[in-house]
Every structure is written in structure tokens, then in C-alpha cells.
Write a protein that binds this ligand. Structure first.
Ligand code: HEM
Length: 462
């Protein structure tokens, strides 16, 4: 019997059958371990297949990554417990510990007290009062990427979205006064740093010391980022002026005792935001256009909505709530292409459903696997934006849809990212239809998020 069918109750709701109890029973075991490497080999070879297969072995599944045991959670109720209800008993775990070698005390890699302090420091930069100014910068970046497009030209949509997302973040983070050369250096160094970091997180530590070209590129990119951010901080300290960017907000902050952040803390936050915020948004946008290209009827509905709401002018922040169908397409894109693996660590023995894991246990969960589990999403491989109509969306159990995570470590940039994606979608769709290149198969690559291997599309003027 398929273990999933134990909780299936298709008559109850359309999307979400019974989800009130985690399955009872002993911890499941993932099959297919290799000698020495354990499950690292199947995880790296077919990551998305591997993480989705785990639900077939129970709600808590033990696997082995190298010498280290991990417990994978496949039930939203358990994920919700670890991220929200019982979060105080868990830190971020291995993935983030390794990331902190590069991100220092930056928000995206820290845990516990250091994390709470960092979150307090960064929260004001994401206050909704800044969203109108950020939306203007998003629009400028989107316009500058699409303006050179010509009808019939093949656009590397993955690269275009990456440039765009980088432009948005650089413009919101760094002072407008920063010279163009420094900006270009920042643009070039960030993707090298982000990708190299992911490789270093997954591979053993000795890999970083091997004198290969990719490691030299990584070290150079890191030095460049450090220098550019250092120069931006120094320039701000000299002028002392608030230029309305996130860096100024961070540098001008004072706690109750009047203490500000150190240059190192500001540096770590800026790196952290750039690493966490650029490729995630860029990949989601690339998939958005890929899915429109594959589903003509969905594309037509988006275009019709954009035409009605905007009437031919560029989008503004106030337009975004009226772009309801476009937002559902974005939600569905986030369901299909979210982060695929996130870790936590139990600080003491922890009860997860009927299983108790030991203190120090490494926990793993996959938003991708949860989003593709037929217990929570009917026909999960189908791209169906209308599953996010309010009545249907209510049927999705808590913890089953978590593209931005949940609880205290939830993405601080979620509203920012949603606004950016809606502005870019509307700016492109207002004037362009992006068609797939015939015969070109697009492959999914699982890094932090899931990226297209490349995404050439033909631009047709509307
Ligand atoms: C589609 C776009 C995005 C996705 C799918 C995404 C996803 C996530 C997820 C799943 C987490 C939680 C990690 C955990 O539980 O440990 C996270 C955290 C974070 N994200 Fe995002 N993110 C996106 C965009 C952004 C943007 C635009 C920014 C910044 C401008 C950003 C900055 C961060 C930061 C700083 C954290 C750490 C938060 C904390 O630890 O308190 N993200 N993101």
C-alpha cells in the first residue's frame, strides 16, 4: 500500500485531504545509500526526485549525508512545528552554519540571539513606507532591461532576469552616489560569490583550498564585494547624509543605548541581502515567463489583465492589488519552483509526531517536496494559477506552501520580492510576448533555488 494513502481522504476537500494527524509509527529509512557517501550521491544526482521520493517512506525519514545522519520531515504539520510552534528548540543547522563562513553575522545565516538582533536591525529597511520608492527603482530596472529588446530577437531570459534583479537590489541597497565602476564590479562579483558559496556549502571544506580556476574566481569575487561594500560604507560615514537607500538606513540606526552597527555588521547584512535576494527572485521571474510561454491561455489572461488595469501606461504600486490573476500566476510559479532544501538543528531531544530525535539532530525539509505532494496539492505537476483563488487556497494546510519559509526566519524580503515580480511581469507583458524557442528543452538545476539551465525565448511585440 502506498504510505501516502493512509492520510488520503479525497472526498473531503479538492486540494487538501485529511491533514489533521501526522502518521504514527517508527522513523522511515531512505533507500539507496552508497557506501561512505550515504545519500549524498542520489541527492546531488537527482535532487528534486530524491526529496519528493522521501514522503513515500514516512513523515520523518532518516537519511545519511556522508557520515552525518539527517531527519527529513515530509509532513507540513511537523515542518510547521519546527519552523513556528516549537521553533525555540531549533537553530538553523548545517547549511546555514557553512554559509556563515561567508556571511558572518548577516541575517541570512545567523541563528538565535545574533539572528534576533540582526532581524531588528534590518526590519526598518523593509517597512512598507519604503515600498513606493523601491517600486520606482524596480520599474526603472525593468524598463532598462526590456528597452533594448527588438521584435524577433532571442532573449536570454534567465540572464535578463538576473541583471534586472541585481539592478533592483544594487539600487535599493547602495547609495545612488556610488560610482558606475563600483556598481559594475558589484554586478560582476555577486553571481560568482552566490554560486561559489552554494558549491562550498555542499562540498567538503578541503575543496576550497584546491587551486582551480573556479576557486580563484570565487576568492577574487569575494575580495571585490568586500572592497565595494567597504567603500560605500566609508563614503556614507564621510558624508553622514541619508540618501534613502538601505545602506543609509542601516548606518544611521541606533539602539536604545544609542549604539550603531559596526562596519563589519553592516557589511555582513549587505552581503546577506544580496546573496539571499537576487538569484531567488531572478529564477522565479524566469520560470514565470517560461510557464507563460508554455500555456497560451494563461498568457492571454495575464495580457488581458495587464491591458485592462494599466491602460497602456507603466505599472505603479497602487496597481498591484488589481493584477489579481497575474499574482496567482506568480504564486503558482512559487509553488512549482521554490527552494528545494532547507536545514534546521534540534538543540535538545525533540518530539516530531511520534518520533523523538536526539539533541543535535540535523533536520531537513523541502518546500519543493511539500509543494508537489498530492496529499496537499491535487494534480501537483499541473500549472494551475486558479488553485490560488481564495476558496481553493484556503484548503491548503498550514505549512504545506512555504516558498518564503515560515516563523522567525521567514524571508524578510517576501513583500519586496512579490512587488518586484508583479512590476516586472506587468512591464514585460505590457509590450512583449515571450515565445519558447522550438526544440529547446529547458532543464531544472537545483542550487539554493531551482533555476533553468538557460532560458532563450523569442521576443514578439504585442
Ligand atoms: C522569490 C524570491 C525569494 C524567495 C523564494 C525567498 C525564499 C526565502 C526563504 C525560503 C527563506 C527562509 C530560509 C530559512 O527558513 O532559513 C528566506 C530568507 C531570507 N530572505 Fe528570501 N527569498 C526571496 C527573495 C528575497 C529578497 C528579494 C530578499 C532581500 C531583498 C531576501 C532576503 C532574505 C533574507 C535576508 C533572509 C533571511 C531572513 C532571516 O533569517 O530572518 N529574500 N528567503
Amino acid at each position: 500500500m502506498d504510505p501516502r494513502s493512509r492520510t488520503l481522504n479525497p472526498g473531503r476537500t479538492r486540494n487538501a485531504p485529511s491533514h489533521d494527524e501526522a502518521t504514527t509509527g517508527p522513523v522511515g529509512r531512505a533507500p539507496g545509500a552508497w557506501p561512505v557517501l550515504g545519500h549524498t550521491a542520489p541527492l546531488l544526482r537527482r535532487p528534486l526526485h530524491f526529496v519528493t521520493s522521501l514522503a513515500g517512506h514516512g513523515d520523518v525519514v532518516r537519511l545519511q549525508l556522508g557520515a552525518l545522519p539527517f531527519y527529513a520531515l515530509t509532513h507540513p504539520k511537523l515542518v510547521q512545528h519546527v519552523l513556528v510552534d516549537g521553533a525555540r528548540d531549533f537553530t538553523r543547522g548545517r547549511l546555514f552554519e557553512k554559509a556563515s563562513l561567508f556571511l558572518g553575522e548577516g541575517l541570512a545565516a545567523s541563528s538565535g540571539k545574533v539572528h534576533r538582533r540582526a532581524r531588528r536591525a534590518l526590519q526598518p529597511a523593509f517597512h512598507h513606507q519604503h515600498l513606493p520608492a523601491y517600486t520606482d527603482l524596480m520599474l526603472q530596472a525593468a524598463e532598462s532591461v526590456v528597452t533594448p529588446w527588438r521584435p524577433g530577437r532571442v532573449i536570454a531570459v534567465d540572464r535578463a532576469m538576473n541583471d534586472l534583479s541585481l539592478g533592483v537590489l544594487a539600487n535599493t541597497l547602495l547609495p545612488t552616489g556610488l560610482d558606475t565602476h563600483a556598481r559594475t564590479e558589484f554586478h560582476q562579483a555577486l553571481p560568482v560569490l552566490t554560486r561559489g558559496m552554494m558549491v562550498r556549502i555542499l562540498l567538503p571544506e578541503w575543496w576550497a583550498r584546491v587551486p582551480v580556476a573556479s576557486n580563484r574566481r570565487f576568492d577574487r569575487a569575494r575580495r571585490t564585494m568586500d572592497r565595494v561594500i567597504g567603500e560605500a560604507i566609508a563614503a556614507h560615514r564621510r558624508s553622514g547624509r541619508d540618501r534613502g537607500d538601505m545602506l543609509s538606513l542601516l548606518l544611521m540606526q541606533r539602539d536604545a543605548e544609542g549604539r550603531g552597527l559596526t562596519d563589519q555588521q553592516v557589511h555582513d547584512h549587505v552581503t546577506s541581502l544580496a546573496v539571499a535576494g537576487v538569484e531567488t527572485t531572478a529564477a522565479t521571474l524566469a520560470w514565470f515567463f517560461h510557464e507563460l510561454g508554455r500555456h497560451r491561455e494563461i498568457e492571454e489572461r495575464v495580457h488581458a489583465e495587464v491591458d485592462t488595469v494599466l491602460g497602456g501606461r507603466p505599472p505603479r504600486l497602487e496597481d498591484l492589488p488589481a493584477l489579481a490573476f497575474t499574482s496567482r500566476v506568480i504564486m503558482e510559479t512559487l509553488r512549482r519552483y521554490p527552494p528545494w532544501m532547507i536545514t534546521r538543528r534540534a538543540t535538545a531531544p525533540a518530539r516530531l509526531g511520534t518520533v523523538t530525535v536526539p539533541g543535535g539532530a540535523e533536520i531537513l525539509y523541502s518546500p519543493y517536496a511539500l509543494h508537489h505532494d498530492p496529499r496537499w496539492f491535487r494534480d501537483p505537476q499541473r500549472f494551475d494559477p486558479d488553485r490560488w483563488l481564495p476558496d481553493r487556497a484556503r484548503e491548503v494546510p498550514k505549512g504545506a506552501f512555504i516558498p518564503f519559509g515560515s516563523g522567525g526566519y521567514k524571508c524578510i524580503g517576501d513583500t519586496f520580492a512579490l512587488a518586484e515580480m508583479a512590476v516586472v511581469a506587468a512591464t514585460v507583458c505590457r509590450r512583449w510576448r515571450l515565445r519558447p524557442v522550438p526544440g529547446k528543452r529547458i532543464r531544472r538545476v537545483a542550487r539554493g533555488n531551482i533555476h533553468p539551465d538557460r532560458l532563450p525565448m523569442v521576443a514578439e511585440a504585442r
